[in-house]
Design a protein around this ligand. Structure first.
Ligand code: AMP
Length: 942
């Protein structure tokens, strides 16, 4: 490179004698990442014509002048002759040309099978832009690291190789990655073979077989069930060989599990041609014959599990069930993979591979995609990278105009936020697709990070088969109509190469059709699922919420656990208030104080891990607790290190993992749902900072948590802790929107609890783990009760092991004197209690409903039996009338009080906002509702 000038400079500097190839390498490293070279080199290179990755506009100032200037500045003598100087400058330009292809070759790559993309002209990819021309084709130049090392190449050969590598069927975007190792790795993989695989005959015919299957299934379904929606893969057929390649590759590299998440497009094809679902089962579903337990779901949302034989052993495949809400299944898949990795004790992701399949419009459009990228490398959520495939059919339903779909160049640009490499690939070149599939799995397994494949293809039919695409995309569909299928194109290629005859291809197609006719599994690699490699769910099946269980323990055992849970090494210096919390906990164990909420929670966790189960708590501020009450993670004030006492309960304990999550609800809750549906033996908890933040994850609550069992038979024991309570903190921090959860309740699908004592939270958490039922538990967890002097419990109450779904009167109220029974849930109980004590009321009983759903009719009946003479019943709530439990639960209250009783409401008036913003108004409302509840109708309200 720029030999004359450089030599002169080098010889006069202390770096004299350095060889040119070395300088080339340095210069390339500098171009890719300026900090990768030493200060002196950086300073020197910075003065060369600028070329950075974002804007490669090379300034056209006279390079020679810059060298001369540089030399003048450094007071070094430059002795060159004009001819050798211009050769040196051309050498620089050649390296810049290579760099330009690496950065921007993808913009000239032949990616679109329909050839409709309007690619911008990229001047950096033109020889003339680098002051080179075909006249230089025979000149040898140093090529730096290009293609892994020929020292020099003729410009003509280099140019051809660059075009082939970067502007063929693969458009590689990777120069945005900061890590030089990763960039070099990708360069070596692509440049060494000029992005052109040299597959043997077997591989090629396997690829064709997969295309025959992809195409054959759609045609078969199309003719057998004309007009039925199947969201066909046609146009993106190469996804089938791509997926199978990935699974083989991952299996050869040691993966034991592969979890796949995808939307509807191509799903039936994946089920039949990759997972090996029996075609006859699918046909039955089309014919409407299939019956599932529960409400069921449409066929193109169904999941499936099987084993898949690879050279490295069987890989267990699980295609996740998913709703129509695009992209939301992806964090679910990641969570499922994390559970499988944790189960296998694998921390680097090598034993389980997540593959997520996206649509182009959804990938760019749905915010949850960004959320999943953001969490992909965090402690709580990392899975060693996800392989993400975008089926880029260039249209979302009826929208294909770039001006409408996104503001980025590619639909995959969001992936750059985590510096994921992105391989755009032409879906009509199945060999390139397979090459990229191998590359993606290898990259993921080497660097443990996300990687994206943009499978550029088309959609042969409308959004579904009954939809007419010409109405909105006439030109695109005129082209598609004339365009041969990927199977036709590849078959033609192989026959031209003499590898197969037309008859061979016809036989392949006929064999596939025959297999479908027979209804037999069409995947050679399919193996009967080996249940030893998956969790055994049988102990958790067919239990209801009132299944019997024993969660009791002795007080001594509880105290022993408490001592472990409060033992902190002397060297671990605690912050003053935290120290006080732990001193108090010691007093609670000694019986000097009653147990408070935070400690009861900790004791529940200690007991669960002590029994060998895993606990995973994830949420915003879960280590400390939003309200400074938990302190599961202790931060050393001297060196910032952390200590988690619950990790030190016993040698045989289950893992205790608590993570402060990224500030996301949607992806995080979906991840936890995925985790809990793949690991019934763990107590999995998601906590909101404030309860109403769960709004941000409403899709997860509606589409998965509340209905996943009904739709797909998938059990899930996830617990949600949602702080809830009217403390005068305004509209956004008061309500966890209890009414929304209650409205979703039916079929005993989930449990809604509002515990009011530390013993209750202890026993509620233990019940969720010890009882074999696995259904979501939604907890309206408290704020002020965390420190309320009345909200304390004895060790005996904790040790009892029972969660009380209803709590009757605790004061000395004689049942015969009772004229009114007030029902309530949550912290308003204490306000009612205190006010009743203050007013010395003796004829009103207060009954706490601690589980609103499933409604505990039997326990309620038992408690109310002593008030059989009472007809005046009141439901008291803090929430406005249109919120809280009033509308959704009053039929349960009415059923409990019988026909003779009448039920009235004491609470806030209906309101569009959850709570008022002014504390004084809040207080007034609160006093009024307490007063209403405690004032008998014939009395004058105070
Ligand atoms: P997977 O490992 O997800 O492929 O699951 C293997 C098998 O376990 C499935 O075919 C189901 O029979 C069962 N299974 C998995 N997850 C659940 C769940 N959340 N609830 C009930 N059964 C499950």
């Amino acid at each position: 490179m720029h030999e004359g000038v450089m030599k002169a400079w080098l010889e006069s500097s202390h770096l004299g004698g350095g060889n040119m190839a070395y300088v080339d390498e340095l210069y390339e490293s500098y171009l890719a990442e300026p900090t990768s070279v030493g200060d002196e080199w950086r300073e020197f290179f910075a003065q060369l014509p600028k070329l950075d990755g974002v804007d490669l506009e090379v300034r056209h100032s006279d390079i020679r002048e810059q060298f001369a200037e540089l030399a003048r500045n450094k007071h070094r003598e430059v002795v060159t002759v004009q001819g050798s100087q211009s050769a040196d400058l051309r050498q620089v330009k050649v390296l810049q040309l290579i760099n330009s292809y690496r950065f921007r070759g993808h913009q000239h790559a032949r990616l679109d099978p329909l050839d409709l993309w309007k690619q911008p002209r990229v001047r950096d990819l033109e020889l003339s832009h680098h002051d080179l021309s075909e006249a230089d084709y025979d000149t040898e130049f140093h090529v730096g690291s290009f293609a892994g090392g020929p020292e020099t190449m003729k410009l003509g050969d280099l140019h051809k190789a660059l075009e082939k590598t970067y502007c063929g069927s693969i458009g590689a975007e990777y120069m945005h990655i900061v890590s030089t190792d990763e960039k070099r790795w990708i360069q070596q993989r692509l440049e060494g073979i000029h992005s052109t695989p040299d597959f043997d005959k077997d591989t090629k015919s396997r690829i064709l077989k997969d295309l025959v299957a992809a195409d054959g299934l759609e045609k078969y379904l199309g003719s057998k069930f004309p007009g039925a929606k199947r969201f066909g893969l046609e146009g993106g057929d190469a996804m089938i060989p791509m997926l199978k390649t990935m699974i083989h590759r991952a299996g050869e590299q040691g993966a034991k599990d592969c979890v796949i998440g995808m939307a509807h497009r191509g799903r039936l094809n994946t089920l039949i041609n990759v997972l090996g679902k029996n075609p006859s089962d699918l046909f039955d579903e089309f014919a409407g014959k299939y019956t599932v337990v529960g409400a069921g779901d449409v066929k193109y949302h169904m999941g499936f599990s099987s084993d898949f034989a690879t050279k490295g052993g069987n890989v267990h495949l699980a295609l996740a069930f998913n709703p129509s809400h695009l992209e939301i299944v992806n964090p679910v898949v990641m969570g499922s993979v994390r559970a499988r990795l944790d189960r296998r004790g694998c921390t680097d992701g090598s034993l389980a591979l997540p593959i997520t399949i996206h649509g182009d419009s959804a990938f760019a459009g749905q915010g949850v995609v960004a959320e999943t990228f953001n969490i992909s490398q965090t402690r709580a959520f990392k899975v060693g990278g996800t392989v993400r495939i975008v089926i880029n059919n260039q249209v979302g339903f009826t929208t294909s105009n770039r001006e409408d779909t996104r503001s980025t160049e590619y639909c995959t640009d969001i992936a750059k936020m985590v510096q994921a490499p992105i391989f755009h690939v032409n879906g009509d070149d199945p060999e390139a697709v397979v090459l990229v599939a191998q590359l993606a799995v290898d990259y993921r397994n080497t660097f443990k990070r996300d990687v994206v494949i943009d499978l550029v293809c088309y959609r042969r039919n409308g959004h579904n088969e009954a939809d007419e695409p010409n109405a909105t995309q006439p030109l695109m569909y005129q082209k598609i109509k004339k365009h041969p299928t990927p199977r036709e194109l590849y078959a033609e290629k192989l026959t031209k190469q003499g590898l197969l005859s037309d008859d061979d291809v016809k036989a392949m197609m006929a064999n596939y059709r025959d297999a479908l006719d027979k209804g037999d599994c069409v995947v050679d690699e399919w193996r009967q699922m080996d249940h030893t490699s998956s969790v055994d769910w049988t102990p958790f099946l067919n239990h209801d919420w009132d299944s019997d269980y024993d969660a009791s323990m002795s007080v001594d055992a509880l105290v022993a656990l408490g001592e472990k849970a409060t033992a902190i090494p002397a060297s671990h210096s605690l912050q003053r208030q935290v120290g006080r919390v732990y001193e108090d906990r010691a007093k609670m164990l000694q019986g000097e104080k009653k147990i408070d909420w935070g400690f009861a929670e900790i004791l529940a966790y200690a007991s669960v891990v002590h029994e060998g189960s895993r606990i995973r708590i994830v949420g915003q501020d879960s280590g400390r607790g939003t309200f400074f009450h938990r302190h599961a993670v202790l931060h050393n004030q001297t060196d910032g290190s952390t200590y988690v006492p619950l990790e030190h309960i016993s040698d045989e304990q289950g893992p205790f993992q608590v993570y402060d999550s990224a500030l996301s609800e949607e992806a995080v809750l979906a991840f936890e749902y995925g985790y809990a549906t793949a690991e019934p033996r763990a107590l999995v908890i998601w906590e909101g900072q404030f309860g109403d933040f769960a709004n941000g994850a409403q899709v997860v609550i509606d589409q998965f948590l509340s209905s996943g069992e009904q739709k797909w038979g998938r059990l899930c024991g996830l617990t949600l802790l949602l702080p809830h309570g009217y403390e005068g903190q305004g509209p956004e921090h008061s309500s966890a929107r209890l009414e929304r959860f209650l409205q979703l309740c039916a079929d005993h699908n989930m449990q809604i609890c509002v515990p009011t004592t530390p013993a209750q939270v202890f026993n509620m958490l233990r019940r969720q783990q010890v009882r074999p039922m696995r259904r979501p538990l939604i907890v309206m967890s408290p704020k002020s009760l965390l420190r309320h002097p009345l909200a304390t419990s004895s060790l005996e109450e904790l040790a009892s092991g029972r969660y009380l779904n209803v709590i009757g009167e605790i004061d000395d109220i004689k049942p015969a004197d009772v004229k009114r029974v007030v029902f309530c849930s949550g912290k308003v109980y204490y306000e009612l209690l205190e006010e009743r004590r203050k007013r010395e009321i003796t004829d009103i009983a207060i009954v706490r409903v601690e589980q609103l759903y499933p409604f505990p009719h039997e326990e309620m009946e038992q408690i109310l039996s002593q008030y059989s003479h009472v007809t005046d019943y009141v439901w008291c709530q803090e929430e406005p009338q249109n919120q809280g439990a009033w509308y959704c639960s009053q039929h349960h209250f009415r059923a409990a009080i019988g026909k003779a009783g009448y039920l009235t409401y004491a609470g806030r008036e209906a309101s569009s906002s959850p709570a008022v913003g002014y504390l004084s108004v809040h207080n007034k409302q609160q006093q009024a509702l307490i007063n209403d509840a405690l004032t008998l109708n014939h009395e004058e309200k105070q």
